[in-house]
Design a protein around this ligand. Structure first.
Ligand SMILES: Cc1ncc(COP(=O)(O)O)c(C=O)c1O
Length: 387
């Protein structure tokens, strides 16, 4: 496997990112505003009818949030801490949704006090809490979806509810004085099967129709979630193809006059904008005849690469040294045997690899800094810079 920077970045962007990264100690993440802006433009161009609610959890760097704020985007917020962050940037509550279905009553109250009127939910207890702490709020009910086998980072089981429960919750919301506003789903992050949206939209259609026909309740909004692709080793269709297909699914089910459509992209906006650089700490063999080396580098699962869990996300990896390559096991620097990045999928690195060599991890702008541990084995959280 030979990864080429030009498969993942435009030449000028890569030169910018790399020059900056090379001036810093490892490990660190460098995020490029221009790439992020391009990703956002592409998404808005491909989904002109949709409102973007950025999933802040993917990368909450202030510089990125400012780009989104200035582009008129909205924000999918998971906690009061993310809320404070966007409010501090002057974003008003009407551009924010509390997208986490798991929340404390006190936090719901806090969102309500800050002017947030849009809440996700998937359970009766949560709806009752919303009705008390944020009376009159708009709620969207998250439904369960399939697609966990084709998403690199599935989000199934823990969130959402079955069709009948979603209908019951919409009716309960109305009874409680809330506004049953719409439905949401997330087909799984880095979803490689576009058909996952087809199945989810079909479920949504059934719920819309049943509520309309049986209960005279008109839902207004569909939240198509995240799941849009970043460029990792396992390639996906282009965003354009996702957009064309999803539009077709929506048209088939809802005609040309769709309900309001919301997207909650995280990974697809932030990942490609990042370059992470680490350093080889040690190269070793477990015995004289071993067919592969172990390469220990100064970033691991606890330093921000947790999405290597079960080798789910395979980051493109680049090294400047050339020459004959050999398969390696890649592991992090901590005293925890779970801190192995890739053992089944064998990256190939040059035979002359040595301590101090830099490894460049591409498409690492999403779900890295936020996952980094605070002080595991004493290592500080992953340093990050925006250029
Ligand atoms: C509710 C919700 N919306 C959106 C996202 C972002 O998804 P993605 O990063 O696949 O775009 C997530 C990711 O966990 C999520 O939980």
């Amino acid at each position: 496997m030979v990864t080429s920077p030009s498969d993942f970045y435009e030449a000028d962007a890569y030169a910018r990112l790399k020059a900056f990264a090379d001036s810093k100690e490892t490990p660190c993440l460098v995020v490029d505003r221009q790439i992020f802006r391009k990703q956002l433009n592409a998404l808005q161009h491909n989904f002109p009818y949709a409102k973007v609610y950025y999933a802040i959890k993917a990368n909450p760097m202030v510089e990125l949030l400012e780009i989104l704020r200035d582009a008129g985007c909205c924000f999918d917020v998971a906690s009061r801490y993310e809320l404070d962050k966007v409010l501090a940037l002057g974003v008003s509550g009407d551009r924010i949704s509390y997208g986490n279905t798991i929340k404390k009553a006190a936090d719901i109250r806090y969102f309500h006090e800050q002017g947030v009127t849009l809440f996700a939910s998937d359970s009766e207890d949560d709806l009752r809490n919303i009705a008390k702490a944020a009376p009159g709020a708009r709620v969207f009910i998250r439904i369960l979806t399939d697609g966990s086998h084709t998403a690199d980072w599935p989000l199934s089981r823990k969130f959402g509810c079955q069709t009948d429960m979603a209908i019951d919750l919409c009716l309960l919301a109305r009874e409680l004085g809330l506004q049953p506003y719409g439905l949401s789903f997330h087909v799984g992050s880095q979803q490689r099967d576009i058909g996952a949206w087809d199945a989810a939209i079909a479920k949504v259609k059934v719920i819309f129709e049943r509520l309309q026909q049986e209960d005279n309740l008109t839902l207004k909004m569909i939240n198509l979630g995240g799941g849009f692709p970043a460029n990792y080793l396992s390639r996906t269709n282009e965003l354009e193809t996702y957009a064309e297909e999803i539009k077709r699914f929506l048209s088939e089910d809802f005609g040309e006059d769709f309900p309001e459509i919301i997207l909650e992209p995280g990974r697809s906006l932030a990942a490609n904008a990042g370059l992470l650089v680490s350093e080889v700490v040690l190269v070793s063999r477990k015995d004289r005849n071993s067919l592969h080396r172990w390469v220990y580098t100064d970033i691991g699962k606890f330093g921000g690469l947790i999405e290597t869990m079960d080798e789910a996300i395979k980051y493109p990896l680049f090294i400047e040294k050339q020459g004959e390559v050999e398969e390696v096991v890649l592991a992090g620097p901590t005293c925890d045997s779970a801190d192995i990045l890739y053992e089944n999928h064998k990256y190939e690195l040059p035979l002359n690899l040595a301590s101090g060599d830099r490894l460049y991890w591409f498409s690492t702008g999403a779900y890295t800094t936020t996952y980094s541990a605070v002080e595991f084995n004493g290592f500080p959280p992953l340093a990050s810079y925006c250029i």
